[in-house]
Design a binder for this molecule. Structure first.
Ligand code: ZN
Ligand code: ZN
Length: 341
């Protein structure tokens, strides 16, 4: 049975951040040192390969794989219906996957929604292979009036060698109205305003599943300067009761205070909104390009401490807080939101 699911193809913010050779060497050294220590204390007599495998299983995610370096790109999948949110560098790999389906035969139809046009959200566009295949239909959506200008500019010389006019696919532009729902196949999509230096629109995407309506709230990029229900006003509907929320946590709380008006937020702010609005699961993303995997894992620990303290304080004042699943996102994470109806 087809699923309603969300896959993260890029969870890094601002700039793609591949590991340098020096970082890989240092990381490998650390892991091998840990492995050597585990051998000294182990009585395991199985083969070297199986001992390596069982050792790797013991490593935390940040140390074995890390969080990833591609910038914003999310696939919201409902069987035959699918939307992509943002065209960061993660879009290249998603394009490769789509090329193995109808897009590779020139029979594909793609719906791509833009939150805004900062580089990290459009840098993957010229490397999106389905754009270059005759017969494919590519639909671009945004609330901003300058959607078409911004996309065309990306293909202008001397920034890219293939002009927009020479793309072989058929491209259509669609302007969305603020907070007005549109239906794309099985997916209902509504844009809500986020808090960012240039206008930026998050999306709530809903689908009917066998267990009822399920929802995904895309809330990147945002400083989330409006936290209270009064300040959020009609944009609170973006978060309300969402089954999965993707939230901007570029900074730790301390860094957030040092980067006011930079347009990015911190996990504790997302937790506060999520707990109040009844969000079921929240993934923190748009990781700072300068943050190592170890540093992001530290931020994750700080978030755990914050949540424990927050819950303890609520208990003291007699308030009941709902359950909430949360984690820091990794490139490639896929979240299943249920069987489609
Ligand atoms: Zn960004
Ligand atoms: Zn931005």
């Amino acid at each position: 049975m087809a699923k309603f699911a969300v896959q993260f193809w890029g969870v890094r913010g601002s700039l793609p951040s591949p590991k340098t050779p020096e970082m890989v060497r240092e990381h490998t050294r650390e892991v091998l040192q840990s492995f050597a220590r585990s051998l000294e204390t182990s009585s395991d007599q199985s083969s070297a390969t199986s001992r390596i495998d069982s050792f790797l299983e013991t490593l935390p995610h940040w140390q074995f794989g890390g969080f990833g370096g591609d910038t914003s790109c999310v696939e919201v999948d409902a069987g035959e219906s699918k939307v992509i949110i943002d065209a960061g560098s993660g879009l290249r790999r998603l394009g490769e996957k789509l090329m193995r389906g109808p897009c590779g035969l020139g029979q594909g139809e793609v719906h791509l929604l833009f939150t805004h046009f900062h580089w990290d959200h459009i840098i993957g566009l010229p490397f999106f292979a389905p754009l270059f295949v005759k017969g494919n239909k590519i639909h671009f959506y945004a609330v901003q009036d300058d959607l078409e200008v911004c996309v065309r500019q990306k293909f202008k010389k001397p920034f890219f060698p293939v002009p927009f006019e020479e793309l072989l696919s058929t491209v259509e532009f669609h302007k969305m109205a603020p907070r007005k729902k549109i239906q794309l196949g099985l997916l209902a999509v509504t844009p809500y305003q986020l808090d960012h230096p240039d206008p930026c629109w998050g999306y709530r995407v809903e689908a009917e599943t066998a267990d009822g309506l399920r929802s995904y709230a895309h809330c990147v990029d945002s400083e989330a300067t409006r936290v209270s229900p009064v300040d959020l006003a009609e944009d609170a509907a973006l978060y309300r009761g969402a089954d999965l929320c993707f939230f901007d946590a570029q900074y730790t709380l301390r860094e957030f205070l040092q980067h006011m008006n930079w347009g990015h937020s911190a996990a504790p702010i997302g937790l506060e909104i999520a707990l109040r609005e009844g969000v079921k699961k929240i993934f923190f993303a748009h990781h700072d390009p300068a943050a190592s995997d170890r540093k992001i894992a530290d931020a994750e620990r700080q978030t755990r401490d914050f949540l424990e303290a927050y819950r303890a304080k609520a208990r003291q004042s007699g308030r009941h807080l709902p359950g909430l699943e949360w984690q820091f996102a990794h490139d490639g994470d896929r979240v299943d939101l249920g069987d489609l109806k």
